[in-house]
Ligand binder design. Structure first.
Ligand code: FES
Length: 111
C-alpha cells in the first residue's frame, strides 16, 4: 500500500472535482457539499466518460455522457445499469488539511 500526498483540501471547492495522475492512473477527486473527499478512477465503466465532468448529487456522480449514476463511496454503478469503477480512500490530515491517497500496490504503474 502506498500513501501519496496529492494536495490540500483547500485546493478543491465544495461540489467541485479535480483530476490527478499517478503514473498511468487518472483519478477524479470530488469534494462533496459536506466537505468529504471522494476519489474514483476517472473513467466510466460504460464507455469511458470522464466522471470528473459529471454532476455530483449527494454522494453520487452522474456520468456526463449517458447519465449512469455511480456511488462515490464504493464506485458501484446504480440500478438499472451495472458495473463498478475503482474507488480509492483519501485521508485528510486533520491539522494541515493535506490529502493523502491510499493506493494498493497493484493499482500503481509508474510511467
Ligand atoms: S460513458 Fe458513462 S454512461 Fe456512458
Amino acid at each position: 500500500m502506498k500513501q501519496i500526498k496529492i494536495g490540500n483540501i483547500t485546493d478543491i471547492e465544495n461540489k467541485r472535482s479535480r483530476v490527478i495522475f499517478i503514473g498511468d492512473l487518472e483519478i477524479a477527486l470530488f469534494k462533496l457539499s459536506n466537505g468529504e473527499i471522494k476519489a474514483i478512477e476517472n473513467k466510466c465503466p460504460h464507455k469511458a466518460g470522464k466522471l470528473s465532468e459529471g454532476i455530483v448529487c449527494d454522494h453520487h456522480v452522474f456520468c456526463p455522457l449517458h447519465d449512469w449514476k455511480i456511488d462515490l463511496n464504493d464506485g458501484q454503478v446504480q440500478d438499472p445499469d451495472e458495473g463498478c469503477v475503482v474507488s480509492f480512500h483519501v485521508e485528510v490530515d486533520s491539522e494541515s488539511g493535506d490529502l493523502i491517497l491510499h493506493l494498493a500496490d497493484e493499482a500503481y504503474k509508474a510511467s
